[in-house]
Ligand binder design. Structure first.
Ligand code: FAD
Length: 363
């Protein structure tokens, strides 16, 4: 019997498994389909919230903590598995600033470096830029990871640590005795552990319904398109009017994303493709010369203000939650997994755990 069962093998579940296994805990991860093929695969991998000053402090505190650890963590994963998550400091150029004082206040607390480039300097930073921004902000310290590689590397790493990941093993129910989970029900039979962690992404609310709580996490569809370019053609992460371009090392450029409240429907749409291509060609007109290689959609685990729920279930003593990272699960996940492991193992936490307690999210 494992010490801990994690439900959901997305990035958050696997990071949680990694943090626990690193402390000597035996972990089994139960996954309803294939590991990390949902939001964690579909996402962009920017290691910063977009317009971070629009988010609560709780989100920025987690982001900051993760950002500190990501370079070393990616090196560790690459050394151990040979799969490079491609942590890259591309910098983030935000080309539509309208709330200068909020940006300055945020930067004092959370940015190592913030530069206010002129329109000309913005063009020097990203020569493909097709707009002349009135006011932009340049955050040279912002990095990205190639998230499909990150999750592949992480999966290999946790398996090396002895974590068992069971694909095609959906959790269908909970057997609760008093204030404790005794086991979870799956098509492969009941599975028991001392502790349980729900990291079910957009499916977390449904997963937890039978435990007596209604956590307001809902699926929010995001669609992206992928251009096939040459290395170096685009070099900065660029954000304008809610849309962004992410250049990968091999020349691919991701362009995203939509924000759609359409339930668990993961289909791509012609309307979104039109919206994304129009925005892409306005921001970086050179992209119009490139073929669109892919178009996909993923379901973000949407929480009310982007703060994830991290910590113990309010009514069940051996059940924990790490979910609701919304648009920022890649950047927040490393720190939130560390926080969850500290809480479960009753260790001092690196961050104040109070703003993330699941009980705060209940209506
Ligand atoms: C288009 C798009 C762009 C994004 N860009 C960024 C970005 O640039 N930076 C950033 O930080 N974040 C970004 N995100 C957000 C980020 O991808 C998510 O916040 C993060 O991946 C959430 O991880 P997760 O593990 O909670 O969810 P998921 O990756 O969805 O994993 C949840 C897992 O739980 C499993 N599961 C569900 N129910 C059950 C069950 N009953 N039993 C067993 N398993 C179950 C699912 O199959 C799934 O594998 C983006 C997301 C999208 C969609």
């Amino acid at each position: 019997m494992a010490d801990c069962i994690v439900v959901g093998a997305g990035l958050i579940g696997m990071l949680t498994a990694q943090a626990l296994a690193g402390a000597g805990v035996t972990v089994t991860v139960l996954e309803k389909s294939r590991p990390a093929r949902e939001s964690s695969w579909a996402g962009g991998g920017i290691l910063s919230p977009l317009y971070p000053w629009r988010y609560p402090r709780a989100v920025n505190a987690l982001a900051r903590e993760s950002q500190r650890h990501y370079p070393g963590f990616c090196r560790q994963l690459c050394d151990a598995t040979g799969i490079d998550p491609q942590w890259t400091r591309s910098g983030l150029l935000i080309a539509d600033i309208d709330d200068v004082s909020a940006v300055k206040q945020w930067a004092e607390l959370y940015a190592d470096e913030l530069i206010w480039p002129t329109a000309e300097q913005a063009r020097e930073l990203e020569p493909l830029l097709g707009i002349a921004p009135e006011l932009s902000a340049w955050l040279p310290g912002v990095a990205q990871v190639r998230n499909p590689r990150l999750v592949q590397s992480l999966q290999a790493f946790v398996e090396q640590q002895g974590v068992e990941i069971r694909p095609q093993c959906p959790v269908q129910g909970w057997k609760v005795h008093g204030r404790r989970v005794a086991s979870v029900t799956t098509p492969q039979g009941d599975v028991s552990a001392d502790h349980y962690v729900v990291a079910g992404g957009a499916w977390t609310r449904e997963l937890l319904e039978a435990t007596g709580i209604d956590l307001p996490i809902q699926p929010v569809r995001g669609q992206m398109i992928l251009f096939k370019g040459q290395p170096g053609l685009v070099s900065r992460i660029t954000l304008y009017q809610g849309h962004y371009a992410i250049p990968r090392r091999d020349g691919h450029v991701l362009f995203g994303s939509t924000l759609e409240y359409t339930g668990f429907d993961k289909r791509t749409t012609a309307v979104a493709r039109e919206e994304l291509t129009r925005a892409a060609y306005e921001l970086l007109p050179g992209l119009a010369e490139l073929p669109i290689e892919k178009h996909w959609a993923g379901l973000r685990p949407g929480s009310p203000d982007g703060t994830p729920a991290v910590g113990p279930h309010p009514e069940i003593d051996n059940l924990y939650i790490n979910a609701g990272h919304f648009r920022n699960g890649v950047v927040l996940g490393l720190a939130s997994a560390g926080l969850l492991a500290d809480l479960l193992l009753q260790r001092p936490t690196a961050l104040d755990a109070a703003p993330y307690l699941p009980e705060l999210f209940l209506k």
